[in-house]
Design a protein around this ligand. Structure first.
Ligand code: SF4
Length: 417
């Protein structure tokens, strides 16, 4: 079969104009096929120079293996360019080859969750646009995205950012994209129309899934919580593997920065422009208390990071490796404590909000009509404009940050960068 595919007069040479036979390509195909035939685990490391034709040499045996076993296989690349080249160009060509018999195979391109438009968050952003956005350009972009959502629902578009006709500002897209910790899954009223859920279903039914390294790493991380994006797969090829370690460091390490804290605080409430999530909560739930804690936390964070900068320029180890003893008596972790205070305040705010909404619902006359956004693509789960999932997400993120900073100070996480 090998010679039939890659030999001088083989199948590819008949379909690929300008095809050149390369012995290394045949060797690579045979090595990968051999590894896939092993019962149990097998690992192969191949260094293939430019021009070997490595993509076909791994794609063909992988797809053959998936067809034979009925189980999915995965290819991970570093760049989106290579990912798209494989999923669109290379696969389109390979499908034309008469080597698959009666079998067809499905290919899916895996993209990170934040690439997809979330209809629930879009609806909320529509309802609260004056409290969320300061600039007219942001409101205009939101309007365009909303228009796009109608088109997507009509045309069954995939709802991913790359299909949008312009690049939105991060301040807008971050308010309407799908988020892992801010999604009720099957309980969402948009579940059946959800772009992300549709893309995920496509991934789970494909033979070959093409992802990039960040998605592969994030999937491995989420597997612990059984929240994996990819289905259990039979074989994995890591192309551009020399980039994987750097990507793993970026995604699996602890990253604590004032930017990350400010992002959370600004989304909750920014007094400079009087915008943020806490603004939407009813006065009965007393959100002002949480706003004050946000303001204090901002000051604590500024002081804390000023101390860290001072420490890193004078006392931090020159190799950048930090041990618990490096902090002794120099920096105090005031930030985790302040974040825990906010975490508790947000939890109480959630209880008060739920209580006042429950009371409000009891007092409503049966004929009272719920308020809905007329401007969004579909009905809302937030009939009065309140979204408890969004508040839950802020509560979880606040706790997550407090715990990560504590772990960094106590150096309790082994094998972490
Ligand atoms: S299920 Fe709902 S909340 Fe989750 S991504 Fe889809 S639309 Fe958004």
């Amino acid at each position: 079969m090998t010679n039939n595919i890659f030999s001088k007069d083989g199948i590819i040479s008949q379909y690929f104009i300008g095809y050149e036979h390369r012995p290394q390509q045949t060797e690579m195909y045979e090595t990968i096929s051999g590894a896939l035939a092993v019962q149990g685990r097998a690992y192969v490391v191949i260094a293939a120079g430019t021009g070997v034709g490595k993509t076909f040499a791994y794609l063909i045996p992988l797809i053959q293996h998936s067809i034979a076993t009925g189980k999915p296989v995965v290819v991970s690349t570093n760049t989106i360019n290579l990912q798209e080249q494989i999923a669109y160009k290379d696969i389109t060509f390979l499908k034309t080859l008469p080597i698959w018999g009666e079998n067809d195979f499905e290919v899916a391109l895996g993209k990170g969750r934040s690439n997809y438009l979330c209809l629930r968050r879009l609806n909320n952003a529509q309802l609260h646009q004056t409290g969320l956005f300061e600039e007219l350009s942001e409101v205009k972009e939101l309007k365009e995205i909303n228009k796009w959502s109608y088109e997507l629902l009509k045309t069954k578009g995939d709802g991913s950012l790359s299909a949008l006709s312009f690049v939105p500002q991060n301040s807008v897209w971050s308010k309407v994209c799908s988020e892992y910790d801010n999604c009720p899954g099957r309980h969402c009223v948009y579940y059946n129309k959800c772009f992300y859920q549709r893309a995920r279903q496509k991934l789970w039914s494909a033979n070959l899934i093409v992802v990039n390294h960040p998605l592969l790493v994030i999937d491995a991380m989420l597997r612990k919580d059984k929240a994996n994006i990819l289905p259990p797969y039979e074989a994995l090829v890591i192309d551009e593997a020399h980039r994987l370690e750097g990507v793993a460091q970026d995604h699996l390490g602890l990253e604590i920065s004032n930017g990350r804290i400010n992002y959370l605080l600004n989304n909750l409430y920014n007094p400079r422009n009087d915008r943020g999530f806490l603004k939407f909560l009813s006065a009965q739930a007393k959100p002002n208390q949480a706003k004050d804690i946000v303001a204090n936390l901002r000051e604590t964070s500024d002081r804390f990071f000023a101390e860290v900068i001072q420490w890193s320029s004078t006392k931090a180890p020159s190799n950048g490796r930090v041990k618990k003893s490096n902090f002794d008596g120099t920096i105090t972790n005031t930030l985790s404590e302040a974040l825990m205070e906010l975490y508790i305040a947000l939890g109480e705010l959630k209880k008060r909000t739920d209580l006042s909404r429950a009371q409000g619902a009891r007092e409503k006359t049966p004929s009272a009509k719920p308020k809905r956004s007329k401007k969004c693509a579909d009905e809302t789960d937030a009939k009065d404009g309140y979204d408890g999932f969004e508040l839950d997400a802020y509560i979880r993120r606040t706790l997550g940050l407090a715990t990560e900073i504590e772990s960094f100070f106590k150096q309790t996480l082994s094998s972490t960068v």
